[in-house]
Design a binder for this molecule. Sequence first.
Ligand code: ADP
Ligand code: MG
Length: 690
Amino acid sequence: MKPTDPLTVLPGVGPKLADTLAGLALTTVGDLLFHLPRGYEDRTRVWPLADVQPGMRVQVIARVERADVRFGRRRSLLVNLTDGTGRIGMRLFHFSKSQMRQFEPGQWLRLFGDVRPGHRGLEMPHPEYRLAASRDAAGAEVEATLTPLYPLTSGITNPRLRGLIGRALDGCLRQLDDPLGPLPASIGNLPSLIDAIKTLHRPSPDIDLTQLAAGQHPAQQRLAFEELLAHHLSLTRLKRRLADTLRAQRIRHIDGAQAALFKALGFSPTGAQTRVIGEIAADMARTTPMMRLVQGDVGSGKTVVAAAALVQAVAAGQQGAFMAPTELLAEQHTQTLRAWLEPLRIEVVLVSGRLPKAQRDAANARLASGDPLVAVGTHALFQASTQLPKLGLVVVDEQHRFGVHQRLALLEKGHAAHPHQLIMTATPIPRTLAMQAYADLDTSVIDELPPGRTPVKTVAISQARRDEVITRIAAACADNRQAYWVNTLIEESDLLDAEAAEATAERLKKDCPNLRIGLAHGRLKPAAKQAVMAAFKAGELDVLVATTVIEVGVDVPNASLMIIENAERLGLAQLHQLRGRVGRGAIESFCVLLYQPPLGKNAQARLDTLRRTNDGFEIAEKDLQLRGPGEVLGTRQTGEVGMRVANLVNDAALIEPVQMFAAELSAAEDRLHAVLGRRWLAGAEAYARA
Ligand code: ADP
Ligand code: MG
């Protein structure tokens, strides 16, 4: 039997069972080896009946005293058993004539199952059982290793699957390909692949179960290492393949284009912005499409960096596209980019499903003209009806909502050439996670805030002390400052959200009759919403009551107070984003997290984290611990590259060794190529250098 053989080589596996197993992604015998238990049962131990108590799940060996059919509410077979130390009843509700005949008095049985209190003493309802010729014969069959519990699907039971996996282990584990061989000792004392697999399917009774349950056993670590390496290699190969096959239009650096932008903005770039803008310019000057991820904390000036790249593209005669995750954000970014780019005579065109048809057609016509300009929209920008014949650069905002596949689809959009891609994260991603999950991208980090920012002071206040908050708002506004009041809801409902915000605004108007209060939510017409936002920005409103729509993109430096209602409902990343709306000027700013007690443990941890720190990277680490990588990364981890053994949080320590291992592999290949090339390909220099 070979690991590559189909499952049907196993005795008892026909096309029907093979089909069932295919539902568990099992098609070869080797697949069975990697179908790992989700837990274990201890059937190595035989419990004396005297020690058995209700609620336990145990193995016992006992002899039949008598068996009767009982006619209670339901007909059942009760088999009374003893092992000399005590008694127990085995109760079967489903049984056949032939089964009844098995339970002659004196017959020995080995049983495993749950123990319940019965009418007269303890019972085991429907245990797994085996007949045995004697007590010793039953004892001889007791398992020597823990019993694995496998992930199942309908049509296959655990004992059946256990049997098949057992056969695969005995038949072909030794032949399993182990291309990694022994791993460097620096990673820890990890077993060989074969030993790891054997340990996980057949752990000895004294294995550290806590370690196993936590996924931290060396056997699991060995497999996690392989899995992480597999993902890493696939992303780095993807990156290399794209670089080898796709061609982009060069965007040559035009002197003065950027300077003009900062002149219009009225500030100079920070050191970090200058560095990142330079990295982007160097990428875009090549014919390999740029695939760069820009990370930076909220308010670090990512949008400005994106604008600088777009200015470069347009100055070089190409079109740039800015892709936002929602229509609303697309509208807000359009406003921002217009304010920044129109002074440079760069046209910014919004493509939105919410525009009237005539306007939408006009916008599409502008893009189709091929004139150098900036297009802003959601992923709808990349529908067939939208033509961007001179597309040279795509900026994707909020990467975590786009996965690898969507990014690849974007690449297809270019015609003769593929556009350069710049991906901006709305929230920083912890470094280890980024290294693993974004191995196909180059990364830049804006690790510096623009000068003159004062860190936001954050407090958490119970809803019961809402009056104090009102006083705070009144004081801030009397001081000519402005405030946001953000409403949150559990349900993702535009309507309920809007109603809650309206109610808050009404209450605030009653509590603070002197204040000018505006209201923004997703149900307003775009024009109405823009008018409110503009009024707030112009200082014509004191308080902006909003739903979470203001999360990204609003920029009002005079706003110094952020109230977030029901803050316990929001995730860390979102709270941090919202808080980032204040503290944008030199004035001291505050964020008030209003919560509804009692706080759950996780919610408490989130609010504490925000009170303690303003550092987006630290918050991201905490977020990862609290929520797990799937939610931090969005579709990328859950849908596209779900891990089977590895866990990016708990196995973070493996990520660097994986990268080093991969780097060493590729260095070894380069060395080989250099030596062999010189030796055998001397005449074909160009080929050898390829
Ligand atoms: P992000 O997108 O990273 O949250 P933005 O690009 O929206 O940040 O910038 C946040 C605010 O900081 C904006 O008001 C922007 O005009 C301002 N800003 C950005 N870069 C600088 C800088 N170098 N100096 C001063 N202000 C800056
Ligand atoms: Mg931004």
